[in-house]
Ligand binder design. Structure first.
Ligand SMILES: Cc1ncc(COP(=O)(O)O)c(C=O)c1O
Length: 355
């Protein structure tokens, strides 16, 4: 559709579509007292903020950190349909869609896409139709995110075994078809990430500044890159540690492009991104992820997902072992959600049940 015009071409991808999109309007939110020196786009609230920041003393000690060194930012508790990081981004992209009169949200993803599930949930909350163009074929069993997509009322088109560009083209075709029949439809980008959506994680960074002023490092998973880019925009590149989940071929380029678009200038500062937790590829259940899931569950009662938060915590464990995250540092782990994906992974279920 016309109002979502890409500005920056995305990095090549392994796992889906990525196009940064223009911020067409910037509006000063005079009701938001924390925003005094900058303008911020409008958003529609889809959750209750701030999310909690919880200490994890037993987990910290199990890792060899001091008992008050490790904190978990609970962005898995963002309310809608099992929660997760995508809600913060959708607050901005949905506001833009609604402002342009959209009646349908169209997005893309893998079969077990957390982003697709939360786009469906945001649509349900706002009274918008949702069309998901998902890679693959109808599954033999409806598990995890796919079951929730259906429950929430999203329509799914299975695109078959297509590459990312074809998936994107199919979604754009659906937008054109819908618009030829009625009111505008909005294409929400792969993973929910464009420059506008990054303000969702700028918001999260601002919450963290208030919740833990002496924050040394925050660890986050990287998929489409918007979560890390937003955190860097708020907290600075030094304090943000990204752990690639393998959804895109060049996560650093994606994060950098988003930051350049956000700041309207080439973003050249070094970024801390680990690439060593992808293993054999995006969908694989790696040994470090198994260790992370077990350690976190047994020492905090919190469940991670096998793709994103599992890899991010595995990256945190590796950083502690290497000494780049150390006792005395205030370390935050961003729990970005994904629990439905746990129930969509036969590998994770079998491993957890001891099989
Ligand atoms: C649970 C979860 N955590 C983290 C991410 C990564 O977020 P981003 O796409 O903003 O890099 C995703 C992306 O799909 C996700 O589903």
């Amino acid at each position: 559709m016309a109002f979502l015009k890409p500005l920056v071409s995305a990095a090549p991808r392994r796992g889906g579509i990525g196009k940064s999109q223009a911020i067409h309007e910037r509006v000063v939110l005079i009701s938001d007292q924390s925003v005094t020196h900058m303008s911020k786009p409008q958003k529609i609230e889809l959750a209750t903020w701030p999310t909690p920041l919880e200490p994890a003393p037993r987990l910290a000690k199990a890792l060899g950190l001091g008992s008050d060194d490790l904190w978990i930012k609970r962005d898995d508790l963002t309310g809608l349909a099992g929660g997760g990081n995508k809600i913060r981004k959708l607050e901005y992209t949905c506001a833009e869609a609604v402002a342009h009169g959209a009646r349908t949200l169209v997005t893309v993803g893998a079969a077990q896409s957390n982003h697709a599930r939360l786009t469906a949930a945001a649509g349900a909350r706002l009274g918008l139709d949702v069309l998901l163009v998902l890679a693959g074929n109808p599954p033999a069993e409806y598990t995890g995110n796919i079951a929730l997509d259906g429950l929430i009322g999203a329509k799914i088109i299975w695109a078959g075994d297509v590459d990312d560009h074809t998936l994107e083209a199919l979604a754009q075709e659906q937008v054109r078809r819908l618009e030829s029949q009625g009111p505008p439809a909005a294409l929400i980008p792969f993973g929910g990430s464009n420059a506008l959506a990054c303000y969702g994680y700028w918001d999260c960074g601002e919450e963290l500044k208030a919740q833990i002023p002496d924050l040394a490092q925050v660890f986050t998973a990287i998929g489409s890159g918007g979560t890390m880019a937003g955190l860097v925009h708020s907290l600075g590149a030094d304090r943000v540690r990204g752990v690639d989940a393998g959804a895109v071929t060049d996560p650093e380029v994606r994060v950098r492009n988003l930051l350049s678009e956000l700041t309207q200038t080439a973003f050249c500062a070094p970024l801390n991104i680990r690439l060593d937790q992808v293993g054999a590829g995006y969908g694989y259940f790696t040994e470090p992820v198994k260790e992370a899931l077990k350690l976190v569950a047994m020492h905090s009662g919190i469940v991670l997902d096998p793709i994103y938060t599992g890899r991010a915590f595995a990256g945190l464990i590796a950083a502690v072992r290497e000494g780049s995250a150390k006792p005395g540092d205030k370390i935050v782990f961003l729990h970005s959600g994904g629990l439905p994906g746990f129930f969509g992974s036969q590998d994770a279920l079998r491993f957890s049940a001891g099989g």
